[in-house]
Each structure stands twice: as structure tokens, then as C-alpha cells.
Design a protein around this ligand. Structure first.
Ligand SMILES: *[C@@H]1O[C@H](CO)[C@@H](O)[C@H](O)[C@H]1NC(C)=O
Ligand SMILES: *[C@@H]1O[C@H](CO)[C@@H](O)[C@H](O)[C@H]1NC(C)=O
Ligand SMILES: *[C@@H]1O[C@H](CO)[C@@H](O)[C@H](O)[C@H]1NC(C)=O
Ligand SMILES: *[C@@H]1O[C@H](CO)[C@@H](O)[C@H](O)[C@H]1NC(C)=O
Ligand SMILES: *[C@@H]1O[C@H](CO)[C@@H](O)[C@H](O)[C@H]1NC(C)=O
Ligand SMILES: *[C@@H]1O[C@H](CO)[C@@H](O)[C@H](O)[C@H]1NC(C)=O
Length: 670
């Protein structure tokens, strides 16, 4: 039985991604000779041959045993040093077609200088010499390196000016790390104006003695995702165009002498990113700019809360362009990692098959379920969804399960379903309802079998004002929001081991809340089991209910950022106590901020005994608005959302542990 599953998965296992190898150019002097003759003596410095790592670079040592060096043939094929033959082959040293592709000797006790000959290694892609004691300056010849993508010289004693030639590496450079050296002077601009350094993602120049104005050309490096200029001597204003870097997820400008008003980052970065600058640096997330602060951009406001909110809202209104491609790239990355993970999953799935009766695939924690159990369970309808019906079902042994019977014709065929199911079946997190098994009947009927939680949906809790429902004060709503955020963050981080997953249909109805206000997401990933027409129906439902991200046109494009949007709406729903399908919640917030009536938009039940600023209410509102940004790329990711919610907890959380506190007792004290 297990073998039939293996057969189904075989195509997945076979479908591997081939590494692309770039062709390279040969040279008269072999790289091995350059390494031995020039680079080794320079790196060793006065220590000479004593360096343990460098002493392995020796023509009487097989090439594969040279420490910290990776090689490839001139056609790009890497030298496979895992093989026994290669590891013993002495004549490889004399093979002129072998070229160095990586030089990695971090923390290797190197005490010399960075030799300019490194720039002559025509296939070098990685140079990692961090945490050594290298001295001298940055050789300008390094800028000639035709392939260099990763350059890490951080944690050395290098000094002097950086040569402008460093930006000649743009085009292939992906990461440049020079943190913790003694470089000084201004950061030189690239020789070619408007260089966008298209591939550069990571730039860490922190902990040096760079000075002068903020290097504005960096704001043209469009793909930057991490920028660290912390701990330098930069001064002056931070250009507002820095906020336009859509991919920028980490920023550190702390410990300089920057002044003026911060760009409108829309809550993307915490205050610590800007700590330790001039006291004149202001604007969210730092303190408010005083009227007449030296940029003069922010006028004092009477209502502190709306002043704080205004910055972010205006930031959001500025960008109305919608990018969809982000989701596509994300989906591609996801597909790739899934193929890789498939091979290791076998033992976690069992199959129970009885002739003529269908098939039960059980996942972790569902081992006790048998076909007989499922077939004999007695069910009661609890919900109808576009794709089918949800039942609460009693097992013969007294246990209860939740069954989702997929409506006929709504589901993809079995071969397409199984890989997705296996992933859904692996997702285990305290804020997710676990999928325990999948049943396919002999006539093709399909059932998803989940743990049953006897709880209400968040939608019921928020909007059904019946007597006996618990009061949803801020402490409780915060706990629910944090639970939802953690569940999503787990999916987005690929916690189930198959690469990043999106939820796809987050809304108050798909959040179950128990009596201790622990939130559990259900229906995650169900859209991926559905045929396109039904998935689009699901999306139309999400749109009507107000949770659909504006850029999301097809359900299969659903991705982490579209989930973040839905989360933002859900958080607004919790803060305002209003159903998003009926009103445009972000619009209401923007309006309230402009009219300075921000405090009035919060749900009354929420405000009882709460000081909105200190208890993180206003921060939560800002966070929700950030998540609902029309431009997907400026939305925070869920890990950041979790962090911010954790940082802004309400003070009084005692009510979390007294579930008896219900709506029937009007005017419950906080
Ligand atoms: C290479 O190693 C041999 C012995 O293993 C040693 O005698 C020789 O001096 C080394 N050559 C260099 C250039 O380090
Ligand atoms: C050793 O490497 C040389 C040069 O690449 C190659 O021609 C030879 O076949 C290799 N010998 C063995 C035993 O692998
Ligand atoms: C750093 O460079 C400056 C000159 O720019 C020099 O005076 C200072 O001694 C250097 N510091 C270290 C620790 O090398
Ligand atoms: C370079 O930037 C300037 C100012 O930002 C702009 O006016 C110009 O069109 C840009 N040139 C190119 C070739 O992109
Ligand atoms: C930011 O830069 C400062 C100064 O270099 C450093 O101390 C701090 O650890 C950095 N923060 C992060 C989060 O990297
Ligand atoms: C920071 O900049 C201000 C001027 O903007 C200057 O007066 C002050 O001396 C600078 N502080 C340091 C530590 O360089």
C-alpha cells in the first residue's frame, strides 16, 4: 500500500532543479599558481607559513584538500571534492582549466593584506574573509572581478577610503559586507550615474568611520533588502526616497548623527533602527517632530494619537501602484523547495485501503483513525462553504472529528491533490487546526479530517451579541490577534517543511477561538486542492467579505503578502468591531485620522479601562494599516507583525484567565 504512494510521488522526487553553470574564460596562469604565488603569501602576512589553513595550499597537497577554496572547470562544472578519487588526485593542481569559484576563510587567523591579485580570479563568485586581522586598504583591483557576487571582509582591521571601483561589481554583486573595519571618508558614489546595482540585496557597512551625508545614491539600489549603516559618523538628513525601496526589510541607521525628519516608512522599522542619532532626528517610530523642527515638514498636532497615525496613513496614500509580480516570484521559490522536501516525507504518512471502500491517508496524530471509523461516523452539518460542507462527526469510540466533505467536482484529481495534502498534513502549530487524515471514497468523494475544536469562530465572537458570549476586551483581542499572526508566520516561514505556504482564505470565519482565547486557523491551503473555478469562487467570497488583497486577481496567486493584507483587515475588524464586507475599514481609519477623530473608531467594548497609547491600541491600528497597504511590497511580513504585537502588549492581562467574564454581565470592569 505504501508503495502506491511512492509511485505517485516519484515524479516530484525526480523533478529536481539543475544548477545553472555560467561559462568561464581560461587564462594563461592557472588560478592555483596565483593562489600559491601571490594570494597565499599576502594573506598570511608576517605569520608566513604558520597559518594552519593556508599551509594546506601546497602543490604537494591534492587540490581538493586546500582549505576554504572551491573550484570549477572552465565549462563551469564544479569540481566535486566529495569523491575519493578527486580528494587524492595530485595532478589536479596542474590542471589549468580549474578556476577558483569561492575563497572562504572566515576566522582563520589571517593577518596580512587583501591582495589585489584576487581581482584576477576570473570565476571568483564568493570572497569571504570575515573575522580575521587583515590590515591595509581595500584594493581597487577587486572592482575588476568579473563574477564576484558575495564579498565579506567584515570584522578586520581594514581602513582608508573605499575606492569608487567597488561599484563596478554592480550587476552581479548580491552581498557586500564590510562591517566592523576602520574605513573612513564618505561613501564614494558609483562612476555611472543612476546605477541601480540590480542584484545587490545585502549591504552592511556598519561599525566603520564613514562620514558625510547619507549616501543618497543608495536609494537607487532598488533591490536592497538589508541596509546597515549603523555605528558610523554619517550626519544630515535621511533622504525620503529611502522609503521607496520596496524590498527593504532590515534597516540599521543607529549610532550616527542623522538629523531631521525620518522618511515615511509606514511602520516598517522599529525605533531601534534609528536609535543613538542626533536628538533632532524625529518622526515615527521616533518622537514627534516639534513644530519648526528643522525640516519643517511636520507641524505640531493637538491630538497626539492622530498625529502618530497620520504619518503612516499619508505614507500609505502616497503609493497606489499595485505590484503583482512579487507573488509570482514567491510562488516559484515555493515550488522549488517543495520538490526538494518531498523525498524525506515518506514515513510520516500511512495509507489504509480496503477493496471497494476507498482509501484513507493518515498524517501525524491521525494514526488511530481507521477507514471503518470514518465510514461509520455520524455527522451533523456545522457549516457550508463554497467547496463543500463541514460536519462535526462522532466516532464510535466517543471521539469527535471535524470533516470537510469537498463538493463533487470541486477538487483537483488525486495525483494533483496528494502532494498538497501531504504538506497540509505536516503543518503542526498550536495556532493551526491540524489535518489528521484524508479520505477518498470509491466513487471519488473526498473528505478532509481535522481535529474538532468545540469553539466559536472569531466572526461569531465579534458580531453575535448574544448573552453568554465572553466580553472581548483588548487583552483578549490582542491574544487572539497574536495567535492568528503566529499561525500565519509559521505557514509563511515554511514551518511545515515544504517551503513557504500561504493560508489563502484568512477571515474571521476561518479563525476558531477557544475559551482561553487561543486562536486556531482552519482551512489553510484548502484553495490549493480546488479546481480553478471553485478556487475563484472562494476568492470572490473573500472579496465580498472584504478580505481580498487588491492586487490578488487569481486564487493561485495567493501568497504571503496577500495573507498579510487579509490579516490587516482582520485586525481592523477586531479593533473596530465592524464587518469588513459592509464598510471599507481602512477608508474609515484614513478618514478618522484626517478628521482627528481616531479614538472614535475603536469598538466601545475594547476601550474599557484601556489607555490607548500605553496599551498598544494605537500601535495595533498602525500595524493593521501597514498590513492593508495597497502596495504589497510595503506590507510588513508576519514575523514582523508578531514581533510588533509581542512588543505592544496590553498591561492588564488578568482577564485572560477568567473565562467566566461574559457579555451578560453588562459593564464588566476591566
Ligand atoms: C609543501 O609541503 C611540503 C611537505 O608537506 C613542504 O616540505 C613544503 O615546504 C611545502 N611547500 C610550501 C610552498 O609550503
Ligand atoms: C586526476 O586529474 C586529472 C586532471 O584533471 C585527470 O586527467 C585525471 O584523470 C584524474 N585522475 C583520476 C584518478 O581521477
Ligand atoms: C583608524 O583609522 C584612523 C585614520 O583614519 C587611525 O588614526 C586609527 O588609528 C585607526 N584605528 C585603528 C583601530 O586602526
Ligand atoms: C538619472 O536620474 C536622473 C535624476 O534622478 C533622471 O532625471 C534621469 O532620467 C536618469 N537617467 C537615466 C538614464 O535613467
Ligand atoms: C546596528 O548598528 C549598531 C552599530 O553598528 C550595532 O551595534 C547594532 O547591533 C546594529 N543592530 C542590528 C539589529 O544589527
Ligand atoms: C552632530 O551634528 C551636529 C550638527 O548637525 C553637530 O553640531 C554635532 O557636533 C554633531 N555631533 C557629533 C557627535 O558629531
Amino acid at each position: 500500500m505504501a508503495s502506491s504512494l511512492l509511485l505517485l510521488l516519484l515524479p516530484l522526487i525526480l523533478c529536481r532543479f539543475m544548477a545553472l553553470a555560467a561559462p568561464t574564460v581560461g587564462s594563461e596562469v592557472s588560478d592555483a599558481v596565483v593562489l600559491l604565488g601571490k594570494i597565499k603569501p599576502a594573506l598570511a602576512g608576517a605569520g608566513g607559513d604558520d597559518n594552519l589553513q593556508l599551509s594546506s595550499w601546497n602543490s604537494s597537497v591534492p587540490l581538493c584538500l586546500w582549505r576554504g577554496v572551491e573550484w570549477a572547470f572552465s565549462d563551469g562544472t564544479p569540481l566535486a571534492c566529495a569523491g575519493r578519487l578527486e580528494r587524492a588526485n595530485l595532478s589536479l593542481v596542474r590542471d589549468h582549466s580549474l578556476q577558483v569559484t569561492a575563497l572562504r576563510l572566515p576566522a582563520a587567523g589571517l593577518a596580512g593584506a587583501v591582495p589585489r591579485e584576487i581581482g584576477e580570479l576570473s570565476s571568483l563568485r564568493s570572497l569571504v574573509l570575515g573575522v580575521n586581522s587583515l590590515v591595509g586598504s581595500f584594493p581597487l583591483e577587486l572592482g575588476n572581478s568579473p563574477e564576484l557576487a558575495e564579498l565579506d571582509l567584515s570584522g578586520n582591521l581594514l581602513g582608508g577610503f573605499l575606492p569608487p571601483s567597488i561599484w563596478n561589481l554592480c550587476g552581479h554583486l548580491t552581498a557586500l559586507r564590510l562591517r566592523g573595519n576602520n574605513f573612513s571618508g564618505g561613501l564614494p558614489p558609483p562612476a555611472v550615474r543612476n546605477t541601480s546595482c540590480e542584484e545587490l540585496r545585502f549591504l552592511d557597512l556598519g561599525g566603520n568611520r564613514f562620514q558625510g551625508e547619507f549616501p543618497e545614491f543608495l536609494t537607487g539600489f532598488r533591490r536592497l533588502s538589508e541596509l546597515d549603516l549603523g555605528g558610523n559618523l554619517f550626519s544630515g538628513d535621511i533622504p525620503s526616497s529611502l522609503a521607496d525601496l520596496a524590498d527593504l526589510g532590515k534597516l540599521n541607521l543607529s549610532g550616527n548623527n542623522f538629523t531631521g525628519m525620518l522618511p515615511a516608512f509606514a511602520g516598517r522599522f522599529a525605533a531601534e533602527a534609528f536609535a543613538g542619532n542626533s536628538p533632532e532626528l524625529c518622526g515615527p517610530p521616533l518622537g514627534e517632530c516639534r513644530g519648526g523642527a528643522h525640516t519643517g515638514a511636520a507641524k505640531g498636532r493637538t491630538h497626539t494619537s492622530s498625529g502618530v497615525v497620520a504619518g503612516i496613513v499619508i505614507g500609505l496614500m502616497a503609493g497606489l501602484v499595485v505590484a503583482v509580480s512579487l507573488c509570482i516570484g514567491w510562488a516559484q521559490g515555493r515550488r522549488r523547495s517543495r520538490g526538494r522536501a518531498a523525498a524525506e516525507e515518506e514515513e510520516e504518512v500511512g495509507v489504509d485501503e480496503a477493496a471497494g471502500e476507498g482509501k484513507l491517508v493518515v498524517f501525524h496524530g491521525g494514526e488511530h483513525l481507521t477507514l471503518e471509523d470514518v465510514l461509520n461516523a455520524t455527522g451533523q452539518v456545522i457549516e457550508k462553504a463554497v467547496y463543500g460542507t463541514v460536519y462535526k462527526a462522532k466516532l464510535a469510540d466517543g471521539g469527535t472529528i471535524a470533516l470537510r466533505l469537498l463538493r463533487e467536482g470541486s477538487c483537483l484529481n488525486r495525483a494533483a491533490c496528494l502532494p498538497v495534502l501531504r504538506l497540509l498534513g505536516r503543518a503542526r502549530h498550536e495556532n493551526l487546526v491540524p489535518l489528521r487524515a484524508f479520505y477518498e471514497g470509491s466513487r471519488g468523494e473526498k473528505l478532509l479530517i481535522y481535529d474538532y475544536f468545540p469553539n466559536r469562530t472569531l466572526d461569531d465572537l465579534l458580531h453575535e451579541a448574544r448573552v453568554g458570549r465572553p466580553v472581548l476586551n483588548w487583552a483578549r483581542r490582542h491574544k487572539i490577534a497574536l495567535g492568528v499572526a503566529r499561525g500565519l508566520a509559521y505557514l509563511h516561514a515554511g514551518g511545515s517543511g515544504g517551503g513557504a505556504e500561504s493560508h489563502g482564505d484568512l477571515r474571521a470565519r476561518s479563525v476558531l477561538v477557544d475559551e482561553l482565547f487561543v486562536a486556531r486557523l482552519t482551512e489553510n491551503g484548502v484553495h490549493r486542492l480546488l479546481v480553478a473555478e471553485v478556487a475563484e469562487e472562494m476568492l470572490a467570497g473573500a472579496k465580498a467579505a472584504g478580505y481580498k488583497a487588491p492586487e490578488l486577481q487569481r486564487m493561485k496567486r495567493s501568497c504571503a503578502r496577500s495573507d498579510v493584507y487579509s490579516f490587516g483587515i482582520l485586525l481592523l475588524e477586531m479593533l473596530m468591531g465592524k464587518r469588513p464586507g459592509r464598510e471599507d475599514l481602512p477608508g474609515l481609519v484614513k478618514m478618522a485620522v484626517l478628521e482627528e477623530t481616531t479614538m472614535e473608531i475603536f469598538d466601545g467594548e475594547l476601550l474599557k479601562g484601556v489607555r490607548p497609547m500605553e496599551d498598544g491600541l494605537v500601535n495595533a491600528l498602525k500595524l493593521a494599516m501597514g498590513c492593508c497597504a495597497p502596495v504589497p511590497s510595503v506590507r510588513p511580513d508576519m514575523a514582523e507583525v508578531v514581533r510588533q504585537l509581542e512588543e505592544n502588549r496590553p498591561r492588564n492581562r488578568s482577564t485572560l484567565y477568567s473565562p467566566a467574564d461574559t457579555r451578560s454581565e453588562a459593564g464588566t470592569p476591566f
